[in-house]
Design a protein around this ligand. Structure first.
Ligand SMILES: O=C(O)CCC(=O)C(=O)O
Ligand SMILES: [Fe+2]
Length: 467
């Protein structure tokens, strides 16, 4: 890996290189702080405010290098923006942007006797060659590619499988007309949401062209239709419309009360999404307008290497950046029999089935549109999610007390038979779950003694007590 990595702009080297160093190393001048490992120094620095972080950098060469770690400045910048949002001017790094100084006005110091993995690794990750991971995909893992698909085929055979449709979005005006350049021309003053900040597209464009973050700031905006004044749907003036093959989206029954469900996504090369499942048990499609994305996906019950899920699966900890995960875990993950991977290029659309794990990385700068939906075939998954994990339900407006009750009410009015079938499936599932639990804890006899119906009612009531 080290072979393809250029020299760090400040001269910082990986710790292993210290073995070859002849002169004095910068860490020796750290005084009593030298007792702390690099990880701890970084952690302490995360508590410093702007002035302190600046000042401590002037104490010695080693801390100068630490105080320039750009991620620290990103946090300070975002913190300030949250209380005092101004119109920022991107200056090539978070430090320069936050301190509002031109890159050429910054102090420069040769740090070639600073040896630290904590400092060198983020830089190395920026230079990870993504092509290595997105190419030579084993045939068994290759995501299915279809020219087109009917709704019947989707409902019968494909709602549980990832796939890429290659002939689906070519007629969208969005596909024909949109590009990063065109956005820059038409929307340069329009503010879009990029993680924690709202930036005019012109600023984000500057950032895309001139930044080197290990995990680039990702533009992910759910209000884009209003901001760009575009129509979505079947009308003549529409910029894009929903693909027919996914059939009716049952969350449409919620009307204005449906949770956030569509996003415009723009990002530079290496931006993307770390491992997650989509919210509320929904499925999704992701259409690439410009650029290309590498996807690696696993079915719902897979334990993905390097991804840690809390016991109730409410928290997913993927402490690693995309690049670190690729470096550390990709080969192990790729060898799993359930691994599915592929590249979705401009003009193609990818299906993410309900509950599937996925990590996505942009191989080039690009634009995508994504939408979450509830197909009939996953109604039970969504109902179970809303009912059994109310604390994990996201995206609904605050005033909505019980998304589950609201959805059931709308389904009863519009699709009573579907609701009945789904309710039956839910009770079958919880019966199976209870049987498995009883088997595991050894109270099998009780479960089989004809009290199944009663225990069931009881379980449901208990569950309804969950706020
Ligand atoms: O980065 C991407 O394009 C993937 C987005 C995604 O997975 C999501 O919106 O849930
Ligand atoms: Fe996703």
């Amino acid at each position: 890996m080290e072979d393809s990595i250029p020299t760090h702009p400040m001269g910082i080297k990986p710790l292993g290189n210290q073995y070859f160093a002849s002169g004095p190393v910068a860490r020796q001048s750290l005084g009593s702080m030298g007792l702390l490992p690099d990880e701890m120094i970084l952690h302490l620095f995360e508590y410093l405010d702007t002035q302190s972080l600046r000042n401590i950098g002037f104490t010695c060469r080693f801390l100068f290098a630490f105080s320039h770690l750009d991620d620290l400045w990103k946090t300070l910048f975002l913190e300030e923006q949250s209380t005092n949002p101004g119109k920022p001017c991107w200056k090539g790094s978070w430090r320069s942007t936050h301190l509002n100084i031109a890159p050429e006005q910054q102090a420069r110091l040769d740090c070639s006797n600073v040896f630290s993995d904590v400092l060198h690794r983020p830089f190395a990750c920026v230079h990870v060659a993504l092509g290595k991971y997105s190419s030579s995909i084993p045939e068994a893992n290759d995501i299915d590619r279809l020219e087109r698909l009917s709704y019947d085929e989707f409902a019968q055979s494909w709602s549980n499988k990832p796939f890429i449709l290659t002939e689906c979005i070519q007629s969208w005006p969005a596909f024909r007309d949109w590009s990063i350049q065109e956005f820059h021309r038409r929307y340069s003053d329009v503010q879009f949401r990029a993680e924690a900040v709202d930036w005019p597209f012109s600023t984000y464009h500057e950032y895309m062209l001139n930044s080197n973050d290990e995990s680039p700031l990702y533009l992910f905006d759910r209000g884009f239709a209003e901001k760009m004044n575009i129509e979505i749907g079947q009308s003549e003036l529409s910029t894009y419309w929903l693909p027919d093959c996914f059939g009716p989206d049952l969350f449409e029954l919620l009307g204005a009360e449906r949770p956030a469900h569509r996003w415009l996504i723009v990002g530079p090369e290496r931006s993307g999404s770390t491992f997650h499942k989509d919210p509320n048990g929904t499925s999704a499609w992701n259409a690439v307008i410009q650029g290309s994305k590498y996807w690696i996906m696993f079915p719902p019950s897979t334990q993905v290497p390097g991804v840690y899920v809390s016991e109730d699966s409410s928290e997913v900890t993927s402490p690693l950046s995309i690049a670190e995960w690729l470096l550390e875990f990709h080969s192990e993950a790729r060898a799993l029999p359930t691994c599915v991977e592929g590249v979705c290029s401009a003009g193609e659309i990818l299906h993410v089935p309900s509950g599937w794990w996925h990590l996505v990385v942009n191989l080039e700068a690009g634009i995508a549109l994504t939408q979450n939906f509830v197909p009939k075939s996953h109604l039970t998954d969504v109902l179970c999610f809303l009912k059994d994990k109310p604390e994990q339900v996201t995206g609904f407006k605050r005033g909505i007390e019980s998304p589950y009750d609201l959805f059931v009410e709308r389904l009863r009015a519009n699709y009573p038979q579907l609701l009945d079938e789904s309710t039956e499936e839910m009770s079958l599932r919880s019966q199976t779950k209870k049987r498995k639990w009883d088997e595991a804890v050894g109270s099998k006899n009780e479960a089989e003694s004809g009290n199944g119906g009663f225990s069931f009612g009881f379980a449901d009531e208990e569950e309804e007590d969950i706020p």
